[in-house]
Design a protein around this ligand. Structure first.
Ligand SMILES: [Fe+2]
Length: 278
């Protein structure tokens, strides 16, 4: 992965080895803030009753919606008090090792630029709305916050072992597109879903995608698509499950996975436990 070209919103100067730049909060235009507010207005209507309470509580606690694109310094101070995480601005996608080192150090790298008006519904690369509105609220949850740090450490190890394509699927199907079963019903915790108008409805209500109970090895065999709505979602029954399942050493898992075939996103396999929607 490479860093994106600088945009007009990105006034932070050249990034160093850690790719961290100044957010350049002072140079966001009124149009930048207006795009944030309109994205936020429509998601705020959709998420109550769809996003899990951990996400919604984090969202409230950090006051993410406040007025426009948040100042990362203010947000980091609030997040730091909750779980010791901070947000650092980066100019776009960063190399894998840089990304994992930030997570392992409890720093979430967030892109500082925001999409253009014609990109309201589709973006190829994450922008500040996805990174902050999608990812940051969950980081107020202590278990999820520890999980993401552990993922960063695991990512550095997977890089050394040449196993990153397998581990990346875990990030995709949990951090980005995870669902959670609750007493109130199925809820969203994945950032790729909560930041998407279409997917936040589709993932819970459409009969088309498969919803399968979380299974670590099954997930690490499952391809994913980046250019469309997901064909499959994996459902945890609590954040403890996610953290505990990923606590052991992954080296034996990678050895086993190297002997097993990948699974296409829409395919079901023996042992899948389907989760039904009402
Ligand atoms: Fe993301």
């Amino acid at each position: 992965m490479t860093a994106l070209p600088m945009t007009e919103s990105n006034a932070g100067g050249d990034p160093g080895d850690d790719f961290v730049i100044d957010q350049g909060w002072d140079v966001y235009s009124e149009q930048d803030h207006a795009i944030w507010r309109s994205l936020m207005a429509r998601q705020s209507k959709l998420l109550p009753g769809r996003a899990c309470h951990e996400y919604l509580e984090g969202f409230e606690r950090l006051d993410i919606a406040a007025g426009g694109i948040p100042d990362f310094a203010r947000l980091s101070d609030a997040l730091d008090k909750a779980t010791g995480w901070r947000i650092v601005a980066v100019p776009g996608l960063v190399p894998d090792d840089v990304f994992f080192r930030h997570l392992a150090g409890r720093r979430f790298p967030a892109t500082n630029w925001i999409r253009r008006p014609e990109q309201m519904d589709y973006l190829q690369e994450p922008d500040v709305f996805h990174d902050v509105m999608g990812h940051v609220p969950m980081l107020t949850n202590p278990i999820f916050a520890d999980y993401l740090q552990a993922y960063g450490r695991g990512g550095l190890k997977a890089l050394r072992l040449g196993a990153l394509p397998k581990l990346a699927r875990l990030y995709w199907y949990s951090v980005e597109f995870g669902l959670i079963q609750t007493q109130a019903g199925l809820r969203i915790y994945g950032s790729g879903i909560v930041s998407s108008r279409t997917e936040s409805v589709y993932c819970l209500e459409s009969p088309k995608p498969r919803r399968v109970a979380f299974d670590l090895m099954r997930i690490m065999r499952t391809d994913y698509r980046i250019d469309d709505l997901q064909d499959i979602y994996f459902v945890i029954d609590g954040f403890e499950q996610l953290f505990e399942a990923t606590r052991p050493d992954f080296m034996p898992y990678y050895e086993q996975l190297s002997r097993e075939a990948d699974i296409a996103p829409g395919e079901l396999v023996a042992g899948d436990k389907l989760v039904e929607i009402e």
